[in-house]
Ligand binder design. Structure first.
Ligand code: ARG
Length: 549
C-alpha cells in the first residue's frame, strides 16, 4: 500500500514545527486530503491563511500538489502518479506481522442445536479470523465449547430412562433435544429426577467412565453437526477447548484472588466485589460448583500463558455485555495489565422474516435449514438465468450460503438484523450474489479476451474518470481491510466490495474494454485486478467466488 496520507502527514508536521496535527480529513473527492489550519494559529502566532499559504509553498512532494485555500491546506494527488503506485500485490500489506490475536467465536453448546442465533458470532468471528491472518497476525481461533454444567447430568438421566442407543445413533441431535425437553417437563413433576441428574453430573466431574463416555458421545454428535456447518461457511478453528477443560483450573484463579484479598464469602458463595455500578462476580456457588465467569477467568489466564496474545477477542451477543465487563474488571483488580487487551466484540439480535427467535421450547430455526433454503432458492435463480451452466449444484451452494453470510456481514454488527431471504438473494442488490456475479463477469471478459498477465502496461491509459474511480478503490482496499480489523467490523470489507462492483460496472459500461492497442491491455489489466481483489475480499468474508454463474 502506497501511503499518501503518511507522506502528507510527515511533510506537514515538518513545516508546522511539530504542531499537533489534527486528523487529516479526506475531502469529498477521495484521495484529495485536507488539513484545516485554524488550530495552529495560536501556537504559531500567525493567521490560518498565512499558515496554510506558507506551508503550501514549503511542501514539495512528488506527485502531490499542495495548495492553500481560506485557511485550509489542500492536497491533490496527481492522477498518473497515483495510478503508478496503485497496484501493490494483493495480501502483501501485513502491518500485524508478529502480533498474536485470540478470537473466541461460535462457541457452541453441547447437545444444543446450531440455530440461527449462532450465525452472527460464527460469521463475524470467522471473518475476523481471516482478516487478521491476511494482515499478518498469528490468529488462534477458539471454539469455547459450552460443555460444562448440570444440564448434562439431566440429559444422561433422561437418556437412561427413555433413551435408546439405536435411536440416538440414527437421530443424533434431534433425539438429544427431545430427551432434554422431556427431562425438563417431567422434572417439574418428579423431584427424584433432579436428584438423579445431580448424581450423573457429579459422576461426569469425578471422571466416572460410563458417564464420561456418554457425555463424550453427546459432544461428538453436537460437534459433527457444527463442523458440517463450519465447512459450508469456510470456517476453521485452532482450538475446541471448552468450559469443562477449565473447571479444575478455577482453584488456581481463586488462589490469585485470595493473594490480593479479593475473594469474599457471601451466604456460602465465593464472590468478587466489583465497582459500584456492577453486581459482584460469582466465582463459586455455595454447593462448590464453579460459575461461567470463573471458567472464563481460568480460560483468560490459559490463553495469556499459552498464546501470549496481544489481543483477545470475544465475539459474543450484546446480552452478555455485563458478563464481559465483570470478567475484564476482575482481571483489572488482579492487576493484570493485559486485561486492557481483551475486547467484547458484541453484536445485535437476528430475526428471520420479522420473527424474533427464542432458543427455547422447540421454537428453533436451525442454521443449516436457513442455508438449505437459500441454496434452493439460489438454484432456482441460476437455472433461470444460466440454464447451460455446468456445475450448477456447487455454484448454487456457493451463492446460497454466500448470500446468507454476506447479508449477516453487511450492516454494522451492533445493528439488529431482520433476515429476508429474497433480499439477500437479489442479484441486483447490495448482496453477496451481486459481488459474486460481478466477479464471474470479470472472469468471462478476461477469458473471452484470452487475457494473460504482462509486465508492459501503459497505466496512464487508466486516467479516464470511470477507470480512475476503480483504481482509487482498489488502491485503498488494504486500508479498508485494516480498518475492518481495528474496528472488528467485517462489514467494512463487504461494503467496500459492493462499491468496487458498482464503480467497475460503471467503468464497464462507459469505457469499451475491447478497443485494441495499449488501452485495451490496460483496461484488461484493470479488470483482472478487480477480479483478483473481489475474490480476495470475498474470501475474507467467507464467500466463495465461482468462476461462472
Ligand atoms: N457458549 C456461550 C453461549 O452460547 C458463549 C461462550 C462465549 N465465550 C466465552 N468465553 N464466554 O452463550
Amino acid at each position: 500500500m502506497y501511503d499518501y496520507k503518511k507522506q502528507i502527514y510527515e511533510a506537514v508536521k515538518e513545516v508546522l514545527n511539530g504542531a499537533e496535527l489534527a486528523d487529516i480529513v479526506p475531502s469529498d473527492a477521495f484521495c484529495d486530503y485536507c488539513i484545516p489550519c485554524f488550530k495552529f494559529a495560536k501556537l504559531l502566532h500567525k493567521s490560518p491563511m498565512v499558515i496554510a499559504a506558507d506551508a503550501a509553498a514549503a511542501i514539495k512532494l512528488d506527485g502531490i500538489k499542495a495548495e492553500a485555500l481560506n485557511g485550509y491546506l489542500n492536497f491533490t494527488i496527481e492522477r498518473e502518479a497515483f495510478i503508478s503506485h496503485a497496484f501493490a500485490p494483493l495480501g502483501a500489506y501485513r502491518p500485524l506481522e508478529g502480533k498474536t490475536v485470540c478470537i473466541d467465536y461460535s462457541s457452541v453448546n453441547i447437545a444444543k442445536p446450531f440455530h440461527i442465533g449462532h450465525l452472527m458470532t460464527t460469521v463475524i468471528g470467522g471473518s475476523l479470523h481471516k482478516i487478521y491472518k491476511a494482515l499478518g497476525a498469528n490468529v488462534v481461533g477458539i471454539n469455547h465449547l459450552g460443555d460444562f454444567g448440570t444440564q448434562f447430568g439431566g440429559l444422561i438421566s433422561a437418556y437412561m430412562r427413555w433413551g435408546e442407543e439405536k435411536r440416538l445413533d440414527e437421530r443424533g441431535l434431534d433425539e438429544l433435544l427431545e430427551l432434554y425437553v422431556r427431562y425438563h417437563n417431567e422434572s417439574e413433576k418428579d423431584a427424584a429426577l433432579a436428584a438423579e441428574a445431580r448424581e450423573w453430573s457429579q459422576k461426569i466431574e469425578s471422571g466416572d467412565s460410563y458417564a464420561v463416555g456418554l457425555f463424550e458421545k453427546f459432544k461428538a454428535i453436537t460437534l459433527e453437526q457444527a463442523k458440517r456447518v463450519y465447512k459450508r461457511l469456510n470456517i476453521e478453528f485452532d482450538s475446541y477447548l471448552g468450559e469443562s477443560f477449565y473447571a479444575d483450573k478455577v482453584s488456581a484463579v481463586e488462589d490469585k484472588l485470595n493473594a490480593k484479598h479479593l475473594l469474599k464469602t457471601s451466604e456460602g458463595a465465593k464472590i468478587v466485589e466489583l465497582a459500584d455500578d456492577m453486581p459482584p462476580a460469582l466465582i463459586r456457588r455455595s454447593d462448590g460448583a464453579s460459575l461461567y465467569i470463573a471458567r472464563d477467568l481460568a480460560a483468560a489466564y490459559y490463553r495469556r500463558d499459552n498464546y501470549k496474545f496481544d489481543k483477545c477477542l470475544y465475539v459474543v451477543a450484546s446480552h452478555q455485555a455485563l458478563h464481559f465487563k465483570q470478567l475484564f474488571k476482575v482481571l483489572e483488580l488482579l492487576g493484570e495489565p493485559w486485561a486492557a487487551d481483551m475486547v467484547h466484540v458484541s453484536y445485535g439480535m437476528v430475526s428471520v422474516e420479522g420473527m424474533s427467535l427464542s432458543t427455547r421450547r422447540g421454537n428453533v430455526l436451525y442454521l443449516s435449514d436457513v442455508l438449505d433454503a437459500a441454496v434452493d432458492k439460489a438454484a432456482g435463480i441460476i437455472a433461470e438465468r444460466n440454464p447451460l451452466l455446468e456445475d450448477k449444484k456447487s455454484v448454487a451452494e456457493s451463492v446460497g450460503v454466500g448470500a446468507v453470510v454476506f447479508d449477516a456481514l453487511y450492516d454494522g454488527r451492533l445493528k439488529d438484523k431482520n433476515f429476508v431471504l429474497d433480499n439477500a438473494l437479489n442479484f441486483d442488490g447490495e448482496t453477496g450474489p451481486y459481488v459474486q456475479y460481478t466477479y464471474a463477469r470479470c472472469r468471462s471478459v478476461l477469458n473471452k479476451a484470452g487475457y494473460k498477465a504482462t509486465k508492459n502496461i501503459d497505466l496512464s491509459a487508466l486516467a479516464s474518470d470511470e477507470a480512475y474511480e476503480v483504481v482509487k478503490l482498489l488502491a485503498d482496499f488494504d486500508e479498508a481491510v485494516y480498518s475492518a480489523a481495528v474496528k472488528y467490523e467485517p462489514s467494512i470489507v463487504s461494503r467496500r466490495l459492493v462499491k468496487i462492483c458498482q464503480v467497475f460496472n460503471r467503468f464497464y459500461n462507459a469505457d469499451r474494454i475491447m478497443c485494441g492497442g495499449t488501452v485495451q491491455t490496460a483496461r484488461l489489466y484493470l479488470t483482472a485486478r478487480v477480479a483478483d481483489t473481489l475474490k480476495y475480499g470475498l474470501s475474507l468474508i467467507l464467500l466463495d467466488a465461482p468462476e461462472r454463474m
